[in-house]
Design a protein around this ligand. Structure first.
Ligand code: ATR
Length: 269
């Protein structure tokens, strides 16, 4: 039985073992995928021990996505560009790193019929999750990406890295912005239970709002989006399933059908 794992801290809540077990059952693949608790100080040695024990692939979540890239001998273009790794694949004695978060977001938006080509996007946040979302949306043909972040210098750095069609905007100026097609919340504020202050003017109702988090962490943003009149307000549970499917395909060479797994997790949410 081949070994896979997700590393992070905290990790006990992770749905990844269940998602990968469901994909494996669907395709008749025998695998052992478990959650391994590791903070930043312990990650390198935990990953080395996992490799010694026959680990073939790993997912990486908070707070390890940036650290993971430093442990890889090779990175995919998309991982290098967004500066974060969520998927590790063993190749000989080395790890190859990839980032499937961005494609996971695009696939979930597509599943919901949300157009990304030619749209105006407001991106809240400029950390690792925001970077993955931003590059994917730019690649998918977004016409304009406006980045707003609590720390303005991080927003500027992301906009510079993205180049056209990105720019930054501060909270005051956002009040004067016309309607966005999509608002993406990529901040981690919801995890701390912080209050979410809706940043747009009352008349600037976006078509779709998407929180990269799910569960309680997405609740405040989604409530604010619905109150602002957004036609669609989605959490990141679908993105989680889609990014897992892309990792699974990289490791096993076959793509699972995500539809039953979306249904399974939604039924329990
Ligand atoms: P992740 O990998 O989840 O993106 P991160 O790289 O630590 O985590 O980034 C967290 C993001 O959430 C950042 O954009 C952060 O803003 P700062 O750059 O100013 O730190 C944002 N964030 C976290 N808590 C926030 C809060 N209470 N209000 C607004 N933004 C917040």
């Amino acid at each position: 039985m081949t070994r896979y794992a997700v590393f992070g801290q905290p990790i006990s809540h992770s749905l990844s073992p269940r998602i990968h077990a469901a994909f494996a059952a669907q395709l008749g693949i025998d695998l052992d995928y478990r959650a391994i608790e590791a903070g930043r100080g312990a990650f390198a040695s935990a990953l080395a021990a996992f490799a010694r024990d026959g680990g073939r692939g790993a997912n990486v979540t908070l707070p390890l996505k940036q650290d993971a890239s430093a442990l890889c001998s090779e990175l995919s273009d998309r991982a290098r560009r967004c500066g974060s790794v969520n998927t590790l694949a063993r190749a000989g004695d080395e790890w190859h790193g990839d980032s499937t978060d961005g494609i996971g977001l695009l696939r979930d938006l597509a599943r919901h019929g949300i157009e990304t080509r030619g749209v105006r996007v407001l991106l809240l946040g400029a950390g690792g999750a925001a970077r993955a979302a931003a590059f994917a949306l730019a690649d998918a043909g977004a016409r304009e990406l406006v980045v707003m972040n609590r720390t303005a210098t991080r927003a500027q750095a992301l906009a510079v890295a993205l180049g056209t069609p990105a720019r930054t905007c501060d909270r005051d100026a956002l009040q004067r912005e016309p309607t966005f097609d999509i608002v993406v919340n990529a901040t981690s504020a919801g995890h701390a239970g912080d209050v979410f202050a809706w940043p747009l003017a009352a008349e600037a109702t976006p078509t779709a709002c998407y929180d990269l988090s799910y569960g309680g962490a997405a609740r405040a943003f989604l409530a604010a989006a619905r109150a602002a009149g957004a036609r669609v307000a989605l959490d990141g549970l679908g993105m989680l399933v889609e990014q897992a499917a892309e990792s699974f395909a990289l490791w096993h060479g076959c793509a699972p059908d995500t539809t039953p797994v979306h249904a399974l997790l939604r039924a329990e949410a």
